[in-house]
Design a protein around this ligand. Structure first.
Ligand SMILES: Cc1ncc(COP(=O)(O)O)c(C=O)c1O
Length: 459
């Protein structure tokens, strides 16, 4: 079991919340985990490898929109959003229908053996949406694979080996992406050696420092002290660091990275795996900056959680690797791609980018009101509906407080709101709720969160 976070709810509290919430979305019928969840989790302990530890001790029966109902009949509001895969919500009917229809027609060929139109149509639509002139696309399965392939495109194009990433960055868990990922525990410790020619520099952080100028100077200095600029294939940057705690890159820093890439012929890779598909109020977060990247990596919300990822980029870079140097048996699965086309329709028709901005404004105002009351909320930050609060023991020292973040998450879960932590110190709580969340659900969720903050911080 994951000792960092587990749910141990008393039946008494659930009964109280359940009776209060009869007209609301949240409905808690049993203690959590309920008996059926507990039984499945016990079976899991016997047959599933321990590293696949469980963050929330409840077993899902079904998801709809912004809610999850567990196998014991408890209904929660889900702000974990499948770790950012569910911008259109759980099992959006349009997406379900598209995936089902495709599954009935055919499930797999390998696009490079027998091609299908869905792949081409999705490439057309994403190349059209991405803020890159004359773009081409390639599809993969997971975010990590998109990042690894972006580096392959960049290396083939530049004929250079090195890659630069940032402290606090997260890019995946396979060898090259894990080498770029910047959090030792739990992701890297004991799993080396890592891929060579990966360099890391500080990421600007308005709350903890460094400021953008200092960070940019560090990047420029790294090209003198660590790795020759003419050997760098790519700089990989998240516009808003996801696992790093929703740290937003300042405009000046993004401009500076673009300038350095231009000066030295380096491929600028923007990792939008977590920021993409409307989360920040734009289809891609990089659109907030007016900066044209060379490559964009996408995954997560692209297909409502079906395994699909992609790289979209300048045609000359995407065309650089030799025939068959890019590919894989399952890459660009047609069922996931049919889902992705429906996801794009839903984002457009339901205006989910605008919705993300509105949700973000409401949430930020509420979070800032908590910050005024509780100095332990050191920072409120993010972009659109990609928002987080950072918990500290003391606002003066900014000493991270992961325990209090856990206490808030546990208290919220006990009362029917599922929250997710993040940050290099695991002391941030982030919002990855579906963007289809209704106003009533938002209000109810923020009420539960606020109560959890009060309970944890006044205990
Ligand atoms: C920015 C970013 N890049 C890459 C990844 C890796 O994606 P996946 O877990 O699908 O391999 C993640 C996952 O959280 C991510 O947030």
């Amino acid at each position: 079991m994951n000792t960092d976070y587990s749910l141990c709810t008393t039946a008494g509290r659930c009964a109280i919340v359940g009776s209060m919430a009869t007209t609301k979305t949240i409905e808690l019928r049993t203690e959590i985990p309920g008996p059926r969840s507990r039984e499945i989790l016990e079976r899991k302990e016997r047959v599933v490898a321990d590293p696949l530890s469980i963050y929330l001790e409840l077993v899902i029966e079904r998801g709809r929109g912004a809610t999850i109902t567990d196998v014991d009949g408890n209904t929660f509001i889900d702000f974990t959003g499948g770790v950012g895969c569910l911008n259109v919500g759980h099992s959006h009917p349009r997406v379900v229908e598209a995936a089902q229809e495709q599954l009935e027609r055919f499930s797999h060929t390998d696009f490079t053996i027998i091609p299908y139109e869905t792949y081409v149509t999705l490439a057309e639509r994403l190349c059209d949406l991405a803020p890159i002139e004359n773009a081409k696309a390639g599809f993969f399965n997971a975010g990590t694979e998109a990042v690894e392939n972006a580096i392959k495109f960049a290396r083939a194009y530049t004929a250079r080996p090195a890659v630069i990433g940032f402290e606090g960055g997260f890019h995946g868990r396979t060898l090259l992406s894990l080498s770029l990922t910047s959090k030792t525990h739990p992701y890297k410790a004991g799993l080396g050696p890592f891929a060579p020619e990966v360099y890391r520099v500080p990421f600007p952080n308005d709350y903890r420092g460094p400021d953008w100028k200092t960070a940019l100077e560090a990047l420029e200095r790294a090209l003198v002290t660590q790795v020759a600029a003419e050997t760098v294939a790519a700089i990989v940057i998240e516009p808003v660091q996801g696992e790093g705690g929703f740290v937003v890159a300042p405009q000046e820093f993004m401009d500076g990275v673009r300038r350095l890439c231009d000066e030295h012929g380096i491929v600028m890779v923007v990792d939008e795996v977590q920021t993409g598909f409307g989360r920040t109020g734009k289809m891609f977060a990089i659109e907030h900056y007016g900066v044209e990247p060379d490559l964009i990596t996408v995954a997560k919300s692209i297909a409502m959680g079906l395994p699909l990822s992609g790289v979209i980029g300048k045609a000359e870079i995407m065309d650089a690797p030799g025939d068959s140097a890019i590919g894989g048996t399952y890459v660009g699965n047609p069922v996931a791609q049919a889902a992705a086309l429906a996801v794009l329709d839903v984002i457009g028709e339901e205006d989910l980018c605008a919705r993300a901005s509105v949700l973000g404004e409401t949430m930020r105002a509420r979070m800032e009101s908590w910050q005024e009351r509780f100095p332990q909320i050191g920072d409120v930050r993010g972009l659109g509906a990609m928002l987080a609060v950072e918990l500290v023991r003391d606002p003066a020292t900014k000493e991270p407080d992961a325990d209090i973040a856990t206490a808030i998450v546990e208290e919220a879960a006990r009362n029917g709101l599922l929250l997710l932590k993040s940050g290099i110190y695991s002391n941030c709580i982030r919002v990855l709720s579906p963007l289809t969340l209704t106003d009533a659900e938002l209000d109810e969720a923020l009420g539960v969160w606020e109560q959890a903050v009060e309970t944890a911080l006044t205990a």
